[in-house]
Design a protein around this ligand. Structure first.
Ligand code: KE4
Length: 430
């Protein structure tokens, strides 16, 4: 067992002054029990807590650290930029460079607006869709998580699902009823909602590959179906690629599936670990965004020089090394999936590993997981025991069944072998 008294002590103190002791509920360990580890430092695939324990990290700041923690290009860029000042509240050349780079990677984003988080990107995209179409309803999917703006805290995944509040308190009923919810991968459900509300739906928003119910892939043709039905009814299609952007491929799910949405939202990797979100889309949609158009959106620290420097360093490194990084991430993911699969088969365990590239989730069920309802039927109690068995063996995974794990380019063979060994031992103890 690892020493954890300092983390426990600080969590007790933090809960006196911060709600739940955390600045984001997903970190609270509430669904797995116990208390979160207070992290002191991180490098490559490793994190270290304040009790001196070292872990192989598969949370990776919930996705941003695709090249590993504290990558030198990002670190040096931020240190250099800070010497010239942290924030000016005026345009900088670097913001232009980042917008150009994002648009070159995401051709659907003919214009790009930088904001400070994925939530802000989605909130702005929703308002833009409503402003562009003059319609009020938004269709989302059960279990998808799109950050915490009011309209999206309906049947939300991630921490909201984990804590059993997929429909948050404090969201006015009159607003929540403008958010329609369909089952992911269920074309008939989507058709039913369009037949009933078609002319009032401003946009369909989804995680094209869900990470926030655990990993759930779209069925063959589902994304193409959404593109057709939104076009048919004059609704916009929004791909929320905050998690999948620059992760599944450099151009994310857009690149993999070849479906062109009207708006894309980004976050996480785009900031290299510093707070950046972005939204963007076709010129005739983006022309509505203030100060050009009447859809207002603003931000004191939007396009902040430090965050933009980190994002530019991250994306430029990914562009330069894409032919190496993405095949390697696929290889690492395939190795883990295969090795864990062998152990599962030998042990006759009811476990499903859903993986896409360097994102994966271990579901404690023998069902195929292709929608939120299936994921919710997993054995979350068993997952919790598994989580702690892995943690005690030095493997830090996402502390919830309804989250994805992330492999970085820094996870080498030794890390992966150690993870597989810990996996086999953990299964014997749950
Ligand atoms: P942020 O506001 O947390 O930067 O982004 C919100 C968001 C939007 N869209 C998608 C697809 C997302 O995955 C997220 C945030 N993801 C969670 C992890 N499941 C962030 C972790 C947390 O809430 O602490």
């Amino acid at each position: 067992m690892k020493k954890t008294k300092l983390s426990e002590r600080y969590h007790h103190k933090a809960k006196q002054i911060i709600p739940g002791g955390v600045n984001s509920p997903a970190r609270a360990f509430l669904s797995v029990g116990g208390f979160p580890r207070y992290i002191k430092s991180a490098k490559g695939p490793f994190i270290k807590d304040i009790d001196g324990n070292k872990y192989i990290d598969y949370v990776m700041s919930w996705g941003p650290m695709i090249l590993g923690h504290s990558h030198k290009n990002v670190r040096l860029a931020v240190q250099k930029t800070l010497k010239s000042g942290a924030s000016f509240g005026a345009p900088t050349v670097a913001e232009y460079e980042l917008a150009k780079l994002v648009s070159s990677i995401y051709p659907a984003m003919e214009k790009v607006r930088l904001v400070n988080s994925g939530t802000e990107a989605v909130m702005s995209a929703i308002r833009l869709a409503r402003g562009h179409t003059g319609r009020d309803m938004i269709l989302k999917f059960d279990g998808c998580y799109h950050g915490h703006c009011d309209s999206m805290l309906v049947a939300a995944g991630s921490g909201a699902q984990t804590l059993g509040v997929p429909n948050s308190k404090g969201v006015p009923a009159d607003l929540a009823k403008l958010t329609l919810t369909a089952r992911f991968n269920d074309k008939k459900d989507v058709e039913r909602l369009f037949e009933k509300h078609g002319g009032a739906i401003a946009a369909v928003i989804l995680e094209p590959v869900i990470g926030n119910m655990g990993l759930i892939k779209p069925n063959e043709g589902f994304l193409e179906f959404l593109r057709e039905i939104t076009e048919k009814h004059g609704a916009l299609l929004i791909f929320d690629e905050v998690m999948t952007g620059f992760r599944l491929a450099l151009g994310g799910a857009c690149e993999i599936y070849g479906v062109v949405p009207d708006i894309v939202t980004l976050g996480k990797i785009i900031g290299g670990g510093l707070p950046i979100g972005a939204y963007g889309g076709k010129l005739d949609v983006m022309k509505n965004v203030a100060p050009e158009g009447g859809v207002y959106q603003a931000g004191t620290l939007s396009g902040n020089p430090l965050a933009v420097a980190a994002g530019l360093a991250m994306l430029r490194t990914l562009v330069k090394t894409r032919s190496k990084v993405y095949p390697a991430l696929e290889e690492k993911g395939a190795f883990l999936e295969g090795a864990m699969g062998d152990i599962i088969k030998k042990a006759g365990e009811k476990i499903r590993v859903n993986r896409m590239g360097s994102m994966f989730t271990i579901f404690f069920t023998d069902r195929e997981i292709n929608c939120a309802d299936c994921a919710k039927k997993s054995d979350t109690a068993k997952f919790s025991r598994f989580f702690h068995e892995m943690l005690n063996r030095g493997v830090y995974m996402a502390p919830s069944q309804f989250e994805a794990n992330f492999i970085s380019y820094a996870h080498d063979g030794m890390c992966l072998e150690k993870t597989v060994k810990a996996f086999g031992e953990a299964l014997k103890n749950i």
